[in-house]
Design a protein around this ligand. Structure first.
Ligand SMILES: NCCCN[C@H]1CC[C@H](N)CC1
Length: 295
């Protein structure tokens, strides 16, 4: 380890590590579930680390939070009830609240300390908790979904850490079955689904499980049968620099995740959003950066 640097060493990516130069360690705490650290980096702003793995950096969090949120929420008309599993930093909530059709946002985060730490050090993410539609449940997402009445949600977003530690069960078949039960017919789910450069074995298992469970569409990020390429989110602070998502819908007409049917609320007062909409013609990458003044 290089003095003055944080290196993201994990059995999830043997033989490689992403390092960031540390200006100052701001917090080191052990919660009931994991070690939590926040540090001021030289070039990525503040960084949140759980059990030695980077979760968010101020510099590039928008790419991840926007994709994991707008891919599902823009794929169906007028989503009203949304559930977030994980996501205790609040960034996904900030993105969900841009959708004016949404009436109820449930979030189930297992570690309340992550919420408190985010409110203290990452106000631009924790702002998501201020939306009056948000109801925070501190508890295990597996149990929450088992208890959820059938067909409750239009969309479920699983913003989890990696399948080592508290999020392990969120990558297993029973959890995906409980998601399908909690979604209404034609509802959509989007989950954090690791990197094609590091975790093909995990992705293959998840895709196989989802193909059995979800009778609508099953997409890993943008790959569909015959698509000659993986299109993932460029998320620099994820090890390998990219991260992908499982996008599935329950029974009903297949959902075309490539062409948003439900545009984001244009006049939502926010500082800046960066997200990409892939256009069908040759997968031209359209990078929408819209500077919106804060209300
Ligand atoms: N709410 C932001 C969570 C970010 N998710 C992380 C992305 C990189 C992974 N190795 C761990 C989860």
């Amino acid at each position: 380890v290089i003095p003055g640097w944080f290196s993201e060493i994990s059995p999830m990516w043997p033989g490689e590590a992403h390092s960031l130069k540390v200006e100052k360690i701001l917090l080191q705490q052990k919660s009931e579930y994991q070690n939590i650290m926040v540090f001021q980096s030289s070039t990525y702003g503040k960084v949140l680390v759980l059990d030695g793995v980077i979760q968010v950096t101020e510099r590039d969090e928008c790419a991840y939070q926007e994709m994991i949120t707008h891919l599902p929420l823009c794929s169906i008309m007028n989503p009203k009830k949304v559930l977030v599993i994980g996501g205790g930093d609040g960034g996904v909530l900030r993105e969900v609240s841009r959708h004016s059709s949404v009436e109820q946002i449930d979030i189930c985060e297992i570690d309340g300390m992550v919420v408190d730490v985010s409110k203290q050090f990452f106000p631009n993410l924790a702002v998501g908790f201020q939306d009056p539609r948000v109801v925070l449940h501190v508890g295990d997402g597996v149990a929450f979904l088992k208890a959820a009445p059938e067909g409750t949600y239009d969309a479920i977003i699983v913003d989890s850490s990696d399948p080592i530690g508290p999020a392990q069960e969120l990558f297993e078949k029973p959890f995906f079955e409980s998601i399908a039960k909690a979604l209404r017919p034609g509802g959509v789910v989007c989950t954090q689904a690791e990197s094609i450069w590091l975790h093909m074995h995990i992705i293959e298992d998840i895709v196989a499980n989802c193909r059995q469970i979800f009778k609508g569409s099953v997409n890993y990020a943008w790959t569909t049968e015959g698509t000659p390429m993986f299109i993932n989110v460029i998320h620099q602070s994820s090890c390998s620099g990219v991260i992908g998502f499982m996008l599935c819908s329950t029974e009903g007409p297949p959902v075309d995740f490539k062409h948003p049917v439900n545009p984001i609320d244009e006049d939502d007062p926010l500082s800046c959003i960066l997200f990409a909409i892939f256009r069908k013609e040759g997968y031209r990458f359209q990078n929408h950066v819209r500077k919106l003044s804060l209300a």
